[in-house]
Design a protein around this ligand. Structure first.
Ligand SMILES: NC(=O)c1ccc[n+]([C@@H]2O[C@H](COP(=O)([O-])OP(=O)(O)OC[C@H]3O[C@@H](n4cnc5c(N)ncnc54)[C@H](O)[C@@H]3O)[C@@H](O)[C@H]2O)c1
Length: 254
């Protein structure tokens, strides 16, 4: 089955794992977007031997609406369809409740940016297309110093449910994945910040964190990519408006 798959945040972490997964199929065409184009291109060059799909890399800031409009206008002249959209780009800056600057930054990337890309991509999406949004376990729960991040990820869940209903008559499915404790640069960055605050080494903070997790391990981004692969498959055609959690059980127990 020949498909075009557009992935945001493809340079690192979950987005990269999703790209790697789809890249093993020679029938796929991948459109990979990230703000960190050098890192995205470095990874693609390094994986040339393994990559079977046709891959294009693009610099993009999903929060920049005029730039994204221009990007999709050009893309529309180069291809007919985007069959699968995976919105993985995101940031996790913490903020104090008084901190409006950070609030706007997080909302503009995680929520507005995700919606801009989705909305603009719709013109290229055929019936039976797939939209998969990375929310978070913090799309269901709260966390201190995370009003903006939690609001953005709750927002993605709401947007997913409503858009799924808009697009259901066209058999386009829209689902959210709610990850937690995925071993990516984002998680390692958060742990480094916590280590600095607690005066611990990275190894100590990782050990402490794993002790609190039911599975005593971080989840690999490839495990999230497998979930994306399922949601993008024909077999998942009846799964829409859902929030699928991948957190090793941490969200449901102490
Ligand atoms: N890692 C986790 O445990 C975890 C948990 C819950 C939710 N998530 C969500 O999953 C998604 C991926 O997270 P990750 O851990 O892979 O993060 P990451 O930081 O490892 O990778 C995110 C990628 O998005 C890109 N990016 C950031 N802002 C962008 C922008 N404005 N425009 C284009 N690209 C941009 C970054 O350059 C980076 O390559 C995020 O939306 C994140 O909130 C991750």
């Amino acid at each position: 089955m020949s498909r075009t798959i557009l992935i945001t945040g493809a340079a690192k972490g979950i987005g990269r794992a999703v790209a790697e997964d789809f890249a093993s199929d020679a029938e796929n065409r991948l459109i990979l977007l990230d703000m960190d184009l050098p890192e995205l291109q470095r990874w693609v060059d390094e994986r040339q031997e393994q990559i079977k799909a046709r891959v294009e890399t693009h610099w993009a800031n999903i929060a920049d609406l005029p730039a994204m409009e221009t990007f999709f206008k050009t893309l529309g002249t180069q291809l007919d369809y985007v069959d699968v959209l995976v919105n993985s780009a995101g940031i996790c800056n913490e903020n104090e409740p008084e901190d409006l600057k950070n609030w706007h930054q997080v909302i503009s990337v995680n929520l507005n940016g995700t919606f801009y890309v989705t909305s603009l991509c719709l013109a290229l999406m055929p019936d039976r297309g797939r939209i998969i949004n990375m929310s978070s376990i913090l799309g269901r729960a709260g966390k201190v110093r995370n009003t903006a991040y939690c609001a953005s990820k709750h927002g993605i869940v709401g947007m997913t449910k409503a858009l799924a209903l808009d697009l259901a008559p066209r058999q386009i499915t829209v689902n959210a994945i709610l990850p937690a404790w995925i071993d990516t640069p984002m998680l390692q960055g958060e742990l480094a910040t916590q280590a600095a605050i607690a005066g611990l080494t990275q190894e100590q903070i990782v050990r402490n964190a794993k002790k609190k997790l039911p599975m005593r391990r971080f989840i690999q981004s490839e495990e999230v990519a497998a979930m994306v692969r399922y949601l993008a498959s024909p077999e998942a055609g009846g799964v829409t408006a859902q929030s699928l959690v991948i957190d090793g059980g941490v969200g449901l127990g102490m």
